[in-house]
Design a protein around this ligand. Structure first.
Ligand code: HEM
Length: 1033
């Protein structure tokens, strides 16, 4: 373009700006002109209008201003082309763009838009967009090959040891199919790594990687760090910042995050250094097939990145300061006003958006507040924010937000900011830049994270979950339900389904994960994946989705259809319920026991698991602890009750009895009491530390004292023993054992000095005895039927207590009433004896002959008859009826209750089991051995196999889904015949599918027909031409 023409174009541009009034208005005008002129292209613009129009305007302005500097203009167009690689820029689209802009200029400038300027603009826009050398269309077409080279060589550079990525993946699956649990675990980890991608592609932290000479770097980032160290450039921190986002750049995502990261780094940046190391690293990682084209492609990529970075980096710090100052100075009132304005505008332009924002106004204000904070923080700490935005984006996937709303939403936010700041151009630009980037990252995350499974979860539909998985390769099926990764963040569809209350979807996922599937080569079962991804899944399910626990347990059990010698094989996959990945006792049993549901614990899997741990690990330590208790009780019994009786016998040496009593009591205080004080202090300290306290009558107590009767009895016993020790008569008499009193002698307890405490001591001793025996009730856990009986009795006790209190009330009422009348017989003379008599009557201890004395007082007789009818006939029979009713209810769950009791004992005792004992137990189970499904059919590891009498659980269908056809792990499972459903939804779905299939077939046939007609025409033309050549010859 000639200099005059360039000047003319620049003048026209200035005139256009003047007539628009402001850059902002000009930007909007330009964008609108194009947007309105090409409605078909509108879906291509996903970012907000406000952000796009700014970018659009700046892009054109840059080129217009560089028109007199051909080199600069060329560079700008090249960068523009690089940024448009992902967009399909075609010649008709470029024409539409050009014409709309020229029309706008003509309309705005009229006569001031000279022919020279018009032609200049046309030339410029043709150059930028057209098929000429360097136009966007040209760049897209021309660099297709380069893009392919970049993507393939990048994939190779990041796969370990130069293996092709797909090939490597396959290797991992093959290994997992040998079904060693550890291997399958490593496969899961590997596949999550692979999914994460960036984990391999990015250095884990800001520091340089330490790569020894013996470790050959296998990924790009490792090799980069290695080469940087070799070239002595490893102190350039900015390079590591670029490296971290380099993957996104190669995948042509964006350079803005790199610019943000680099803007934070002090010192001079020589971008050329990066290029040198990058090229060296790529050459060593992609040795096979590296040629001139590879060199050109990578140099081209870097030169574009370099230009973008040079343009952006310097502008970011001032922008960041502007946004941060504005947001920091915002008052709560103005924030609320702004928030209201944003939502009003947004609901105006996108009324459907209201369906997503149903929260309270305060929550909506909070979201806006968060958005403002994000726009500030993205400038301040870009690496952290990119991670957080990926997580936020994944949460938006969970909320089911379509990306189409982001553009209007961001525009409304920017417009509102403009309005409230009276159009502060610099601030609005800075704000638009960061919010635009935020929304771009969020949208990308949503696009990548919105898997079909996540969408099915949002619909809470089991059917859609199954459909969503139907095309997933069989080796990835489990992970598709467990992990959606975007960037460094991931979300678990299963967990999201549970947390968002999509129970139907969650159930379908658990069922699908734990379905055993098989082709001829291998078995697939998602238990390893499930428990590796969510080691706490039982805790999650027992607290947030109780109905799922039975579904999960059902699927951990496989029963053979075949019966051999009256028994069938039962495989119970209990490994993950029993042991964690690092060999510790898994808390699954404890979580189930916390549910306190007596029906679930009788599930075969839990029954087997509980019995296994009980018999092999807990039984002995439990027995020993109870033997100790039993021994303490015996000593206590001897010292308090039995030895006392020997003092009555003349034949026994009283001194020996007293010494024995002293030794026994010393044992009770020194051993039993101190042990109890120690264990109770531990309970109390732990409760205080974990703040696990409950207030009882305003006194804070460890919750265990309220919820666990054993602990309550233990602490009571401890206090009783302490009190007994403090009033111990032997200690009172220690210095006063001589004298003139019965039983005098060393270690006597009967000296006059101890007389005052004797009664109190006896009462304490009596209660102590009760407590010891009560603790012994735990012995019943050794035998389920005994434990069940104890629990039944315990459950019925409240009924008995209620009836007894009613009876005592009647005794008091009648006892006080009868003493009102004069001349009563001796048994009814005062209140106390009357109540005693009535009590004796009620329990059948009143002698029959004493009833004769009632003849003299008819009034008394009537009262006694009334009492007998009310208490003996009515109340006690009511008690029996109640007991029968309650027993019937309790009986159904009593075995479950006994099992719950056993589980609780296991959980309490497990911490004291030695690690070695537990490890030996796990080894003895041989959980890594694959169990047979049938003779010679070696199945999956991770459980135990038992034989069950055939009649116990008749099974006629094999729960394993077996498939013929291809056995490639990359193939999806063949579609199964779905259950016939009559719902309208299903029928419409079926019709749609049939319709789609028919359409596909028609397209295929049409394609074939047109191909054959083309070949026949070409054949005929060949024939024609040959014929003509023959004729001519
Ligand atoms: C740049 C654009 C956006 C940003 C930065 C953004 C940011 C946020 C933040 C920070 C939250 C707070 C809650 C959380 O951490 O999960 C949130 C929640 C939410 N957002 Fe967005 N958002 C954006 C766009 C949108 C759009 C366009 C929609 C829908 C039309 C939307 C719908 C929601 C919903 C439904 C919630 C959940 C609120 C709740 O459960 O209380 N967001 N968003």
């Amino acid at each position: 373009m000639s200099k005059e023409q360039a000047t003319e174009v620049q003048d026209a541009w200035k005139a256009f700006l003047e007539s628009a009034g402001s850059e902002d208005a000009a930007a909007e005008g330009l964008f609108n002109a194009f947007y309105e002129a090409a409605p078909a292209l509108q879906p291509l613009f996903k970012t907000s209008r406000a952000v796009l129009s700014g970018m659009f305007f700046r892009g054109i302005q840059q080129i217009v201003m560089s028109l007199r500097n051909g080199k600069q203009a060329r560079a700008f167009v090249e960068v523009l082309g690089f940024r448009h690689l992902e967009i399909e820029v075609t010649s008709p689209r470029v024409s539409a763009f050009r014409e709309s802009i020229l029309d706008l200029f003509q309309a705005e400038l009229g006569d001031r838009f000279s022919t020279l300027a018009f032609e200049g603009f046309r030339k410029m826009l043709n150059y930028v967009g057209g098929g000429s050398v360097l136009g966007l269309v040209f760049i897209r077409e021309h660099f297709k090959d380069r893009l392919r080279i970049l993507s393939t060589s990048w994939a190779v550079a990041n796969s370990t040891a130069g293996q092709e990525p797909e090939e490597e993946e396959e290797m991992a699956t093959m290994k997992s199919n040998s079904q060693e649990p550890s291997q399958s675990q490593s496969q899961t980890q590997r596949s999550s790594l692979e999914h994460d991608g960036q984990a391999a592609k990015q250095p884990a932290n800001n520091t340089k990687l330490n790569i020894g000479a013996q470790n050959v770097p296998a990924t790009f980032s490792d090799m980069f760090c290695f080469n940087a160290a070799v070239m002595g450039l490893d102190d350039r921190l900015w390079m590591y910042e670029v490296l971290k986002s380099f993957d996104a750049v190669v995948r042509n995502e964006e350079c803005n995050v790199i610019s943000l990261r680099m803007a934070k780094i002090p010192g001079v940046i020589h971008l050329n250094d990066f290029k040198a190391i990058m090229m060296a690293s790529l050459r060593s990682l992609v040795p096979k097939g590296w040629d001139q084209h590879h060199e050109e492609a990578w140099i081209w990529l870097w030169s574009n990145v370099e230009q973008i970075l040079q343009q952006e980096v310097g502008k970011l710090a001032p922008r960041g300061r502007l946004v941060s100052r504005y947001v920091g100075s915002m008052e709560q009132d103005s924030e609320e006003k702004l928030s209201k304005m944003i939502y009003q505008k947004f609901f105006g332009v996108a009324p459907e958006g209201q369906d997503f924002f149903k929260q309270s106004a305060s929550r909506l204000n909070f979201i806006v507040h968060q958005i403002f904070q994000i726009t500030v923080q993205i400038y301040q700490d870009p690496p952290r924010m990119v991670d957080e935005l990926s997580a936020l984006g994944l949460r938006h996937v969970g909320y089911g937000i379509p990306t189409v709303f982001f553009g209007p939403f961001v525009s409304c936010v920017i417009e509102s900011v403009k309005e409230i700041t009276n159009n502060d151009q610099a601030l609005c630009d800075a704000f638009a830049w960061s919010l635009g980037l935020v929304s771009q990252i969020l949208m990308r995350t949503i696009d990548e994270g919105s898997t079909l499974v996540m969408k099915a979860i949002n619909m809470n539909s089991a059917r859609h979950i199954i459909r969503a998985l139907s095309d997933t390769p069989r080796k990835r099926r489990a992970m598709a339900m467990l992990k959606v990764t975007v960037g460094t963040q991931s979300i678990s569809p299963l967990l999201w389904a549970i947390q968002s209350g999509s129970m139907e979807a969650a159930q379908a996922i658990v069922q699908d994960l734990l379905t055993i599937r098989a082709d001829r080569d291998r078995y697939y079962f998602g238990a390893d994946d499930l428990f590796t991804r969510h080691p706490d899944i039982i805790q999650v399910i027992t607290t947030e989705a109780r109905p799922l626990i039975r579904v999960l347990l059902d699927r951990l059990l496989w029963r053979s259809r075949l019966v051999v010698a009256g028994h069938r094989r039962v495989n119970i996959y209990l490994q993950h319920l029993l042991v964690t990945a690092d060999g510790q006792f898994a808390d699954a049993l404890c979580w189930v026991s916390k549910m306190k549901d007596p029906t679930i614990v009788t599930h075969t899997v839990l029954e087997r698991l509980t019995d296994l741990v009980w018999n092999k690990v807990i039984y002995l330590p439990f027995l020993l602890s109870k033997v100790w208790l039993l021994f303490s009780l015996m000593v206590f019994l001897f010292s308090q009750s039995i030895l006392k009786n020997f003092l009555q016998a003349e034949s026994i040496d009283h001194q020996v009895v007293r010494i024995t009593t002293f030794v026994c009591r010393a044992f009770v205080y020194m051993a039993s009491m101190t042990e109890l004080i120690y264990s109770q202090s531990k309970v109390a300290i732990k409760a205080i530390r974990t703040r696990d306290l409950t207030r009882l009558f305003q006194i804070p107590l460890p919750s265990k004292y309220v919820t666990d009767w054993r602990e309550a009895v233990s602490i009571t016993l401890t206090l009783i023993l302490i009190c007994m020790f403090m009033v111990e008569p032997i200690l009172f008499c220690l210095e006063h054992f001589e004298g003139d009193f019965e039983g005098a002698g060393r270690f006597t307890a009967q000296c006059p000095q101890a007389a005052d405490v004797q009664d109190f001591y006896s009462i304490l001793s009596m209660f102590g005895m009760f407590c010891y025996f009560a603790l012994l009730v735990d012995f019943s856990a050794l035998f389920i039927p005994l434990s069940a009986f104890v629990l039944t009795a315990g459950r019925l006790l409240p009924d008995l207590l209620l009836s007894l209190s009613a009876a005592i009330f009647c005794v008091i009422v009648f006892g006080t009433a009868v003493t009102v009348s004069q001349g009563n017989p001796a048994d009814f003379r005062d209140v106390f004896s009357a109540m005693m008599t009535l009590f004796q009557i009620s329990v059948g201890m009143y002698p029959q002959q004493n009833f004769i004395q009632l003849e003299h007082s008819r009034w008394l007789l009537v009262m006694c008859v009334g009492f007998v009818v009310l208490v003996v006939i009515f109340l006690f029979n009511l008690l029996i009826a109640q007991l029968i009713g309650s027993h019937a209810t309790v009986y159904r769950t009593v075995v479950g209750l006994a099992r719950l009791n056993r589980m609780a004992v296991i959980c309490d005792s497990m911490p004291s089991v030695r690690q070695k004992v537990f490890r030996n137990f796990i080894q003895s189970l041989r959980l890594d051995h694959r169990m047979e499904f049938g003779e010679g059919d070696i199945g999956l590891p991770g459980g135990i196999q038992v034989l069950e009498p055939a009649g116990l659980h008749p099974t006629y269908e094999d729960s394993i889904h077996r498939y013929g056809g291809s056995t490639s792990p990359n193939m999806p499972w063949p579609e199964e015949d779905e259950e016939v459903s009559n719902s309208i939804e299903d029928r419409i779905d079926n019709i749609t599918r049939i319709f789609k299939k028919a359409l596909k077939r028609m397209h295929l046939q049409e394609g074939k027909r047109s191909r054959s007609s083309r070949s026949s025409t070409s054949d005929s033309s060949i024939n024609d031409s040959s014929q003509s050549s023959i004729t001519s010859s």
